[in-house]
Design a protein around this ligand. Structure first.
Ligand code: PRP
Ligand code: URA
Length: 206
């Protein structure tokens, strides 16, 4: 399952982040802002509990989030979305998964993970700006399920039909939220038109 968030504010910022003239400072700011909008949408079904709050006037029946939320950035580029989601849910726990694409095979190579124990009881939100072939996301979802995670959401900035299909075939229970489903992958397995190499653009390494 997936949802493309077509809100004008998201689409406007997407146009800016795609632009090759956007430098890494602005790119980082836009990644944070787009992530906030996407996560706002992705969290719309999160469980709430009722609480009573005393206002200066009277008691109010209110709701607060009643889930352990574990955010899982895929290193390295996923870190560029972390501030955005923590701006929405400052109490979330954070687990890291290190994954890179082998330059030749384009297959994901796992090199690190450190997850909080709550991974097996809460809602896990995987963040990575690019879901291209889907290999890195599927490997991360495999790992999280292996650690006991049952409710997992993926939030990415740009994806394409090939990657979505791979994730949906391997993990039909996981919902992917994205700002854009682009046309296709090129021969180097980059998303077209995409936004280039997200890690390099975030961290100024190109
Ligand atoms: C990028 C991106 C995803 C992955 C997507 O990471 O951030 O993790 O590629 O590609 P896939 O869907 O085909 O697996 P990259 O390997 O460039 O590593 P980096 O974040 O360290 O730059
Ligand atoms: N990784 C990126 O950073 N960009 C792509 O288009 C594909 C993989």
């Amino acid at each position: 399952m997936h949802e493309e968030v077509k809100h004008p504010c998201v689409q406007h910022k997407l146009a800016l982040i795609r632009n090759e003239d956007t430098g890494h400072k602005k790119f980082r700011e836009l990644a944070t802002e787009i992530t906030m909008f996407l996560c706002y949408e992705a969290l719309k079904n999160v469980r709430l509990k009722k609480i009573e709050v005393q206002t200066p006037v009277a008691k109010a029946q209110c709701h607060v989030i009643d889930e352990d939320i574990v955010v899982v950035p895929i290193l390295r580029a996923g870190v560029g979305m972390l501030d955005g989601i923590l701006g929405l849910i400052p109490t979330a726990r954070v687990g890291f998964v290190g994954m890179y694409r082998d330059e030749k095979t384009k297959e994901p190579v796992s090199y690190y993970h450190r997850l909080p124990p709550q991974t097996d009881g809460g809602v896990c939100i995987v963040i990575d700006p690019m879901l291209a072939t889907g290999g890195s996301t599927v490997a991360t979802l495999d790992l999280l399920k292996d650690k006991g995670a049952t409710t997992i959401i993926v939030v990415c900035i740009v994806t394409c039909p090939e990657g979505l299909k791979k994730v949906e075939q391997a993990h039909p229970d996981v919902v992917v939220y994205t700002a854009a489903i682009d046309a296709h992958l090129n021969e180097r397995k980059y998303i077209v038109p995409g936004l280039g190499d997200a890690g390099d653009r975030l961290f100024g390494t190109s």
